[in-house]
Design a protein around this ligand. Structure first.
Ligand SMILES: Nc1ncnc2c1ncn2[C@@H]1O[C@H](COP(=O)(O)OP(=O)(O)O)[C@@H](O)[C@H]1O
Ligand code: SF4
Ligand SMILES: [Mg+2]
Length: 432
């Protein structure tokens, strides 16, 4: 293994991410573009601030679509931030050109989910693992190259080395392939490893072994790691700290032990409730709160978790779309005739999607605004504990429309809670 230069004295922080945003512009339809219509953008990473200390393993945990991969790629300078910064040992990656990023690539390595796709099927393992040494011109001759490759293969447990070195990826199991990918990742002597779901495509039986190998590598090579996963159980096993992500944001971050013993954010609690006995061989089951992860193109107002949050209250960002979701949920339980009668009250249901703290719902031509108000009252009386009603100031009739006034929604900031931070109004003294 190459010896790494000692980190500069006092430089305990490896990565510093400040208010990072990565938004992807959507191209939209051909007609939309022709008409100059904006198809919007996905806010894949939406204001993330975090730091990684030397030698630490930080987990990024969240459901699919929460922005973990995009954040991981931004940490390596593989996607350009829309705003904010990613500093690796004081150097902002966003300001660097490809040529300037190149030497940093030796220090920061990424491991992906699918080891089969990460390895060139036409390259034997010895050539693949030695490839980074050759392209960076870091070896004097073939003997040195072979020695270093064999050392790396030994470290990842691909022994006897002679047997594995000449094999092709297709001749290896998934676990062995991921070991080869890890050998290639460590061969340049990196300081930081970003691992994106490195075990989720592997058989249950080998997941724990690969994670144990990663722990050994971390200890022996003094690595700092960012471990990306949708699986809390493996995060508990592997991480010193975890950041829980939801729709491009960190909603909670803190020491692993504290998060698992005493989760603060309602989303973290819901995720944990889905994994009662954390165990590295189990994956997250889908007993999450009502509804799906919303669309990142047009996320819910206020706290983006509010439509699914059982504790949501007045300031959490209630809006017309939530009223629509409530009505649609009600309609699934009605018979055809009642459903048709209630739907016929509305001039245009799409009016419910208009954003803002005042919702105007116009009745259909032969119906009255009062009948819509009465319907909403009936829904409220049917389920007064529905969190939405905590955010409704009043439902009235004005200018021929039913008007719903909501409490103005507020986007919660990540604020300090117990050695970590939580983005939830429940922890904001202003609302207690
Ligand atoms: N290149 C891209 N172009 C457009 N949207 C993208 C792109 N990459 C990711 N996204 C979107 O960004 C969001 C976050 O994706 P991703 O970072 O892959 O999340 P995760 O890894 O947590 O599943 C998703 O809504 C995804 O569809
Ligand atoms: S701010 Fe807290 S209580 Fe409100 S919706 Fe978000 S997670 Fe739930
Ligand atoms: Mg991903």
């Amino acid at each position: 293994m190459p010896t790494r230069p000692e980190p500069a004295a006092g430089a305990a922080t490896v990565l510093d991410v400040a208010d990072l945003r990565v938004h992807f512009e959507l191209r939209g339809s051909f007609l939309g573009r022709l008409l100059g219509r904006d198809a919007g953008s996905v806010q894949a990473v939406d204001g993330v601030t975090l730091s990684l200390r030397h030698g630490e393993v930080l987990g990024l945990v969240g459901e699919s679509g929460s922005g973990k991969t995009t954040l991981g790629r931004a940490l390596l300078g593989l996607v350009r931030p829309t705003a904010g910064s990613v500093c690796y040992r004081g150097t902002d990656l966003a300001g660097l050109r490809q040529a300037q990023l190149r030497p940093l690539r030796q220090r920061i390595q990424m491991v992906f989910q699918d080891p089969g796709a990460a390895l060139n099927p036409a390259m034997d393992i010895e050539t693949a693992v030695g490839h980074p040494l050759r392209i960076h011109g870091l070896v004097r001759d073939r003997d040195e190259l072979r020695d270093r490759v064999h050392d790396a293969l030994r470290r990842v447990g691909l022994v006897p080395v002679e047997r594995f070195a000449s094999k092709y990826p297709a001749e290896l199991s998934g676990g062995q392939q991921q070991r080869a990918v890890l050998a290639r990742a460590i061969i340049l002597g990196p300081e930081l490893l970003v691992a994106d779901e490195p075990v989720s495509m592997l058989d249950m039986s080998v997941r724990a072994k690969i994670l144990e190998l990663m722990l050994d590598l971390r200890r022996d090579l003094d690595l700092s790691c960012v471990y990306i996963t949708h699986d809390l159980a493996t995060a508990k096993f592997f991480c010193d700290r975890v950041a829980i992500m939801y729709l491009g944001r960190i909603v909670e971050i803190g020491p692993t032990e504290r998060i698992f013993a005493d989760p603060a954010h309602p989303y973290t609690r819901a995720l944990l409730a889905a994994v009662p006995e954390p165990d590295p061989t189990r994956t997250l089951t889908r007993q999450l709160p009502r509804g799906e992860v919303p669309d990142g193109v047009d996320p819910p107002g206020g706290c983006s978790f509010h439509p699914r949050c059982p504790h949501a209250f007045a300031p959490c960002g209630w809006e017309g779309r939530d009223v629509r979701a409530l009505l649609e949920q009600r309609w699934t339980a009605l018979d055809e005739a009642d459903y048709a009668a209630e739907q016929a009250l509305f001039a245009d249901l799409a009016e419910l999607d208009v954003r803002g703290s005042r919702l105007r719902i116009r009745p259909a031509a032969s119906r009255s605004a009062e009948s819509i108000r009465a319907l909403l009252e009936q829904v409220r009386v049917g389920d007064p504990d529905e969190p939405l009603w905590r955010g409704v100031r009043q439902v009235s009739v004005a200018d021929g429309a039913c008007v719903v006034d909501f409490v103005e929604g507020v986007d919660p900031n990540l604020g300090p809670v117990d050695e970590g931070a939580v983005a939830c109004h429940l922890y904001d003294p202003a609302y207690r």
